[in-house]
Design a protein around this ligand. Structure first.
Ligand SMILES: *Cc1c(COP(=O)(O)O)cnc(C)c1O
Length: 398
């Protein structure tokens, strides 16, 4: 079966929610993917910041296979060793004391919204999030998402969500009412164009939460698990949340998410108040345990910071060489965006498309910046290969 044949079959049966590249991926190793026609790709997208240890990392694959041979599912009516080991690791390496597991980013954000509401009590239900944010596609998560294009056609959305303009703590303060229970934000906005929140801004948000008795929720679904060069992005920003959500990279491709919080706040979710049939599934949890062990091993996070400096430097070189198309680089760790000029933005889709044709995968985040989120195990040689092909494409378009 060729790419074309797979695409024809897929297009014949799927609901049309995705615009897909015309390739059916059949194999992955490290930072490489192969499609059904046998073409090789250099992957700087990593399943959208999911496959942080690279495709089919041997130790993760082994953990998955071992657990799949032992026990796949029993529901949360029972304990399972991988889920407990995972929760212990998360607690040991974060501010949190307690963990709830689900299967995706949107689901753990839903859990965080429910927790913030039940913990704050009757009448205190409103959550302030930021314009340009992305929190997922379920109804409450999409209501929290500060981008109207994701709301259109799905109204009425669940009530109790307001959005503050990005960057100004006073704009957030103006939205606080006696109904407010929490402020929800990403330490760095990924989907809307790799926009970091400055440490001062985050600190001001933390202070607002303290002053008005609000919970601070960090959506680290994309920034968490080593992506920004520390295990969690907030560690390098000097601000600690009350609740944190994780998903994307946690299972290196298996679906798993976790919501973390403190002992006191967790106490508000009692038996029967929340649940997930598959949440913390043993196979996904076994993969996540292995992911954390590898990321916590000596030198791993340091190597991410090292490769980040290398890639930033190369991308800054690209921006300097093509000033009519790019203005600079932003982001943290290996969650980086090449910021485009107006002219560059017009060409953004074409750049992504031509890189795809040349066997390199990136995306055009928020239709504003070229986003680079390679597996964290990417090598300098692979970064060099990306830069060579990116320059070829930009030369073509110049
Ligand atoms: C991807 C993402 C989500 C949604 O995760 P899903 O697993 O697709 O539900 C939520 N928040 C952020 C910051 C994300 O990047």
């Amino acid at each position: 079966m060729s790419n074309d044949e797979w695409a024809t079959r897929g297009n014949g049966v799927f609901i049309g929610t995705y615009s897909r590249f015309p390739a059916a991926m059949v194999k992955g190793r490290g930072c490489r993917l192969w499609d059904a026609d046998g073409k090789e790709y250099l992957d700087f997208l990593a399943g959208i910041a999911v496959c942080s240890l690279g495709h089919c990392h041997p130790q993760v694959t082994e953990a998955i296979c071992r657990q799949a041979g032992a026990l796949v599912h029993v529901s949360n009516l029972f304990h399972t060793p991988p889920q407990i080991e995972l929760a212990e690791l998360l607690v040991a390496h974060s501010f949190a004391d307690r963990v709830f597991m689900a299967n995706s980013g949107a689901e753990v954000n839903e859990a965080a919204i429910k927790l913030a509401r039940i913990h704050s009590g009757p009448g205190k239900y409103e959550i302030i999030s930021l314009e340009g944010s992305f929190h997922g596609r379920t109804l409450a998560a999409v209501a929290a998402t500060g981008q109207p294009r994701f709301h259109q056609g799905f109204e009425p959305l669940p009530q109790g969500f307001v959005h503050a303009p990005f960057g100004d703590p006073r704009a957030i303060e103006a939205l606080i009412t006696p109904r407010t229970c929490a402020i929800l934000c990403e330490p760095l906005q990924g989907e809307s164009g790799v926009r970091p929140l400055e440490p001062d801004y985050l600190l001001a948000i933390r202070e607002l939460c303290n002053r008005y008795g609000l919970l601070l929720i960090f959506d680290e679904v994309q920034t968490g698990l080593g992506r920004t060069g520390t295990l969690f992005a907030h560690e390098q920003l000097g601000v600690t949340p009350d609740i944190m959500t994780l998903a994307k990279a946690l299972g290196n491709g298996l679906p798993i998410g976790a919501m973390l919080t403190t002992e006191t706040i967790a106490a508000s979710l009692t038996v029967g108040t929340h649940a997930s049939t598959f949440g913390g599934n043993p196979v996904a949890a076994a993969a996540a345990v292995e992911v954390l062990r590898i990321m916590l091993a000596d030198g791993f996070l340091e190597s991410v910071r090292d490769k980040s400096r290398y890639l930033v430097d190369k991308l800054e070189g690209v921006a300097a060489r093509y000033p009519h198309l790019a203005t600079g680089v932003r982001g943290r760790g290996l969650l980086l965006g090449l910021v485009l000029t107006e002219k560059g933005i017009e060409q953004g889709m074409a750049i992504v498309q031509r890189l795809f044709e040349r066997g390199v995968l990136i995306n055009f985040a928020g239709n504003r910046v070229l986003r680079f989120v390679p597996p964290l195990v990417v090598s300098r040689e692979e970064i060099d290969q990306l830069i060579v092909r990116l320059c070829l494409v930009l030369d073509e378009l110049a």
